[in-house]
Design a protein around this ligand. Structure first.
Ligand code: MG
Length: 399
């Protein structure tokens, strides 16, 4: 199996390389990164792929200079920009595209890979939130399976395969599924008061209790927007309406999600919180080759569950509203603005509750439309950027 990894220098990308290096018969043929040319150069020396793509054009030049000696002994190409990502996504000599990009930038490469009939291992949830109806329709048309890497969705997928109920075409909900239950760790502020959360710093926000992840998703976990995005992702992946997707807080992150069937049985998938398991399953499914892992000791563990707090985490409410309108441009706009707000929060420009405050105001003033094509998603994302660009310069905690 030949794999292209889009976003190979991020958290999921580096872990995908570790997984692939431990699997026989897997070869990495393309790697892409945003601007971390140093790490991409190291990866290239070790893995010797045939294509390297750097989204940032200046970084592409630096990469070329850094690898001039390797070019004498190994044949490879360095490309740049969105065109570069698209080349990596559609490389002839590639079977599976691992999309580990962050943000809706991953949408075009995913669609290109599907058109080229590549299997997709998807860690980039924003792709489905922004363009889920386009992606799933294209996947059905081209006979491509979207293999989830997101741990909750991988868990549901593993439960459905365990029950032999996975609709191979990912077309319609199986009537035997009563509901799916997405688990959420609750993030670093689960036990904080509203007042304490309103004062949260970037440093507080980046301290996730269970998972070691990139900055964007760690902030999304703290606001719980991550679970809201995952609800939309689940609706698209498994063809389910909003009312069949429940969210429960499970602070230990051992049960990665559950499926309740019409006969009352519930299947749960459990494992130590470690992204390597869902990554490996996405590459090798339905087989389960052995893997070094932390065994769970149930005699030493208490598993607890509690309802999510929609008041303390308003992003859950906002995302639920978007989830009910998943076929429209509302999720794309909400997702794009969330990306902008998270970046502003990380730069220290806005407070923690400004993220949900601005999102709520934007959602209230936005006129959504049915998604007919990529142009509609582009327009929704432009609206989000203009909303942010046109805001009052005075920002304070809005709630
Ligand atoms: Mg997840």
């Amino acid at each position: 199996m030949n794999i292209s990894i889009l976003g190979s220098t991020g958290s999921i990308g580096t872990q995908t390389i570790d997984v692939a290096e431990n699997l026989p018969n897997f070869r990495i043929t393309a790697l892409t990164a945003h601007r971390n040319h140093e790490l991409l150069a190291q990866q290239a020396r070790r893995l010797k792929p045939q294509l390297l793509a750097m989204y940032d054009k200046t970084a592409a030049h630096k990469l070329k200079a850094a690898l001039s000696d390797l070019a004498k002994s190994h044949k490879f190409e360095i490309v740049a920009g969105m065109d570069g990502l698209l080349q990596a996504a559609t490389l002839a000599d590639c079977d599976i595209v691992v999309n580990a990009l962050v943000g809706s930038i991953g949408l075009r490469p995913t669609l290109a890979a599907i058109s080229a009939k590549k299997q997709i291992a998807l860690a980039n949830k924003e792709t489905l939130v922004a363009g889920g109806s386009l992606v799933m329709a294209a996947a059905r048309k081209n006979g491509v399976t979207i293999r989830p890497i997101d741990s909750e969705h991988s868990a549901i997928w593993q439960c459905l395969q365990g029950a032999d109920l996975l609709d191979k075409s990912q077309k319609s909900p199986n009537s035997s599924i009563k509901r799916i239950i997405l688990t959420a760790s609750g993030g670093p502020f689960r036990t904080w008061t509203h007042e304490q959360i309103s004062q949260a710093t970037v440093q507080d926000t980046l301290k996730h209790p269970n998972w070691d992840m990139g900055a964007k998703i760690t902030v999304d976990s703290a606001t719980m927007m991550n679970k809201g995005l995952e609800r939309i992702e689940a609706q698209f992946l498994f063809g389910l309406p909003t009312e069949k997707v429940d969210i429960i807080v499970h602070p230990q992150s051992v049960v990665h999600s559950m499926v309740e069937f019409a006969d009352g049985a519930i299947l749960a998938q459990m494992a130590a919180p470690d992204m390597m398991q869902p990554i490996q399953y996405a590459l090798t499914m339905p087989s389960r080759p052995p893997r070094q892992h932390t065994p769970l000791d149930f005699s030493q563990m208490q598993l607890t569950f509690e309802p999510p707090d929609f008041e303390k985490f308003p992003c859950l409410q906002i995302a639920e509203q978007a989830a009910k309108l998943s076929q429209t441009t509302l999720p794309a706009m909400m997702n794009a603005l969330n990306e902008i707000l998270v970046a502003a929060f990380l730069r220290g420009e806005i407070g923690f509750y400004d993220i949900s405050g601005h999102l709520r105001r934007a959602v209230a003033g936005y006129r959504y439309e049915e998604v007919a094509g990529l142009a509609d998603i582009d327009a929704a994302e432009r609206w989000a950027a203009e909303f942010w660009g046109g805001r009052s310069s005075k920002t304070n905690n809005l709630q």
